[in-house]
Design a protein around this ligand. Structure first.
Ligand code: SF4
Length: 387
């Protein structure tokens, strides 16, 4: 039995099932008999029986490919797959090669399956992908019209190193990095992006969570008062796990203290967590429901409005391209979880301070992206003739 993190899908990831099949094979070699059943123990969903008739042949094929690769003198072509490579010891080595080669795997949306299709068409460079007609990619397996257009648009943004209006607004010209200068002339057409409100007071919200404890230990809220020209960061921190309920009530109080302020966040997690905590702590519907329309997911807005020359549409990649720097450049969500565990184990407040700095910078990065996006979209609407 293998004990692994659960995925959100109904079936566990193929990688997990392949690992189980490999363990079965190793046991068969040692014991001289194949197991009839094998199980995955998923952290949140319990036991899952792996179909060995399906997974063993797949594992054998991968194993043979691996052995063939290892017996060759020439190393295989790198393919940076964020979910797999980020945990690999070879990541820095492979990423350096991929970066030097401007490898297509660094483009968001280029999956291994799609890359195989692109290779068959001899489209292995950013330049080649940027100049292909999307219609030529559309019929390929794993593409379709929207993906084909987005991939070509993504390659164009990287090639020009500039932000391009979303693929549905492809007739509009490019605009360069943070200074807003334009890189080509406009043909006079207008587009109607989703509007993003700018209010006198705005909230920027980011959560820190410990998934293995199903615990929210920090609600970070940056209150930006444009009229007063103040920016105040509120860190609602559960110094003890039992304080989760207390900081939930403090968060609601803070959000109600600014009843008209839009609440900006990045990705759906914050809204999903609001719903979960409201249920968990039996929060009256009248206290939670009016807050929800105020939430604005900037990840959703930016991916629908703009194509950026970034390797990922994660908060860090976008904010860094826009010139924002985290005070601790190595900090990330996993590090924050480690710091919280260390705080609980040692009582050293230095760990808490590191969490707060990291979380505040996430809120400030969201604020930075929001202001840039508003400027990008509004200038495009208001001054199309100047583009
Ligand atoms: S980082 Fe690891 S998984 Fe990714 S291409 Fe390199 S060796 Fe393979």
């Amino acid at each position: 039995m293998c004990r692994l993190k659960s995925s959100s899908a109904k079936r566990p990831k193929q990688e997990y099932q392949i690992i189980v099949a490999f363990h079965v094979r190793v046991l068969a070699a040692v014991q001289g008999a194949w197991s009839e059943t094998a199980w995955l123990m998923l952290r949140e969903k319990g036991l899952y029986e792996v179909d060995l008739w399906e997974s063993v042949p797949r594992m054998e094929k991968i194993l043979q490919e691996c052995i063939a690769t290892l017996t060759q003198d020439q190393e295989p072509e790198v393919f940076i797959s964020r979910s797999r490579c980020s945990l690999c010891h070879w990541y820095n080595h492979c990423y350096t090669i991929a970066k030097a080669d401007q490898h297509l795997s660094l483009l968001p949306g280029v999956t291994p399956t799609r890359y195989t299709q692109l290779q068959a068409l001899n489209l292995t460079t950013v330049e080649a992908l940027a100049t292909i007609q999307p219609a030529k990619l559309e019929p390929l397996p794993g593409f379709g019209g929207e993906t084909a257009r987005k991939l070509v648009r993504q390659a164009q943004a990287v090639l020009q190193n500039c932000a391009l209006p979303g693929e549905s607004n492809a007739e509009l010209p490019a605009r360069s990095q943070t200074n807003g200068s334009r890189s080509s002339s406009n043909n006079g057409k207008h587009f109607q992006p989703q509007t993003i409100p700018t209010a006198e007071v705005e909230l920027y919200f980011d959560i820190e969570a410990e998934p293995s404890l199903n615990l929210i230990y920090l609600h970070g809220v940056l209150v930006v008062d444009r009229a007063q020209q103040t920016e105040v960061f509120h860190s609602l921190l559960a110094e003890k796990p039992e304080d989760e309920s207390k900081i939930w009530q403090e968060l609601l109080d803070l959000m109600w203290a600014y009843p008209n302020a839009p609440i900006f966040h990045f990705c759906p997690y914050e809204v999903q967590t609001m719903g979960r905590l409201a249920e968990l702590y039996e929060t009256p519907i009248a206290r939670i429901q009016p807050l929800l329309p105020r939430f604005i997911d900037l990840h959703d807005r930016i991916t629908k409005s703009v194509t950026l020359p970034v390797e990922s549409y994660a908060l860090k990649h976008i904010a860094r391209w826009l010139g924002f720097d985290w005070r601790d450049s190595t900090a990330n969500g996993a590090q924050s979880i480690y710091w919280y565990a260390q705080w609980l184990a040692t009582g050293d407040r230095g760990f808490l301070n590191s969490i707060l700095v990291y979380n505040e910078d996430d809120c400030r990065a969201t604020y930075h992206i929001k202001d840039w996006l508003v400027d990008f979209l509004q200038e495009t609407i208001e001054h199309p003739q100047a583009l």
